[in-house]
Design a protein around this ligand. Sequence first.
Ligand code: URP
Ligand code: ZN
Ligand code: ZN
Length: 466
Amino acid sequence: MLHIRGGTVVTAERTLRADILCDEAGLIAQIGPDLETPAGYEVVEAGGLLVMPGGIDPHTHMEMPFMGTIATDDFYTGTAAGLAGGTTSILDFVIPGAGRTLLDSWRAWRDKADKAAADYGFHVAITHWDDQVHQDMETLVTSCGVNSFKHFMAYKNALMVEDEAFLHSMRRAGELGAICTVHAENGDAVAYLQKDLLAQGRTGPEAHPLSRPPSVEGEATQRAITLAGLLGVPIYVVHVSTEEATNAIAQARMNGQEVYGEVLPQHLVFDDQVYTASDWLKAARYVMSPPFRPAHHQKALWGGLMSGQLHTTATDHCCFCKEQKEAGLNDFTRIPNGTPGIEDRMSVLWHHGVATGKLTPEQFVALTSTNTARIFNMYPRKGALAVGADADIVLWDPTGTRTISAATHHQNVDYNIYEGMTVTGIARKTISNGKVVWDNGDLRAVRGAGRYLERPTYKRQPRYPL
Ligand SMILES: NC(=O)NCCC(=O)O
Ligand SMILES: [Zn+2]
Ligand SMILES: [Zn+2]
């Protein structure tokens, strides 16, 4: 039981001086100025610190089987690293293996995630369509606490979903009160360009962004929005990385369509120059999809976040070590796609967003926690500092600094994309379900302490006639 004393509470709506009491059940019991410390409560001094809802990362891939290998951060190490950076919940992805049902796959992910140190929920990927998928979607929604499904328009011959199956899935999700999310890149175009580049002898990581130019994302984003619009269902676009996609989302919203966009901090701070490194491994470590873009796209992403046309920040945390990346030494299309970052999302966004004056602290809370909780129907249990909410809280030092390095990070991966970046804005203490789990450098993550987040459905009416 904790008494968080003397801090400045920041929510997505407002900033005020207040104390917070966290009870035995790990819930917020009281918020107010100058509270008395009840008997048996430990005092956590928060003077000079901001007290904010714990971060929620809506896009991670812990121990994901992908491109012939498995991402190295598992549900324990990955969520523990998140706690060190102020993130107290994640939404990960169930990826159905070949021949496995959605339900079996969901159970397998539940087993894997049992060791998580922080709370977690799942989006479930739909990669094809048949009667079993139709049935399992209902079971997942009604009995398994799943209210979101994922669609990959890229990764042809692997995870890619055809438009017809995507439409079936969106209609079904709409009927069930779930939301569809989408990785928007034209997978056919990517496969075509990859083949072309390899035929030209372009085998190195510098060919990766050439195989997935911005227009490939722009087209797929527009297509996803169009298909969702045909059915009158909401759509959430993951890892928006281009001006084209940002504009498509903003335009659709202006037309009254319910469209959400997610941004990764790495797309806000790195450009396509990362692929020009003469050291192969250095460039390969930045191979992720969508790739890093020419610098002008960053301006559009910041603008989208600042104006409210883009809504959440995530990491797409997906770790592959040197030996795994080296699978693509002679062929860039075999480099496992993915970059780490769960530990650094909040600091990088504060440093480049709030400390530079682009975002207010309240917007920071909205973009790192509250909007995700609202979109994926976890609010106000998550994403809020309110009586009755889970006591997932970060005590944030807005002027504290740290230099990011693989030598000191807690992620189970042998590099850090932000290596050497000194950031202002750090998590001094992280509280997960009422327990201090990160205390100024001391990580006290508990294996298995994380709980599965059952997310109820939305009560929505389609906005257009089906
Ligand atoms: N993003 C990435 O490169 N790897 C993880 C899978 C995905 O989200 O596309
Ligand atoms: Zn993706
Ligand atoms: Zn992803």
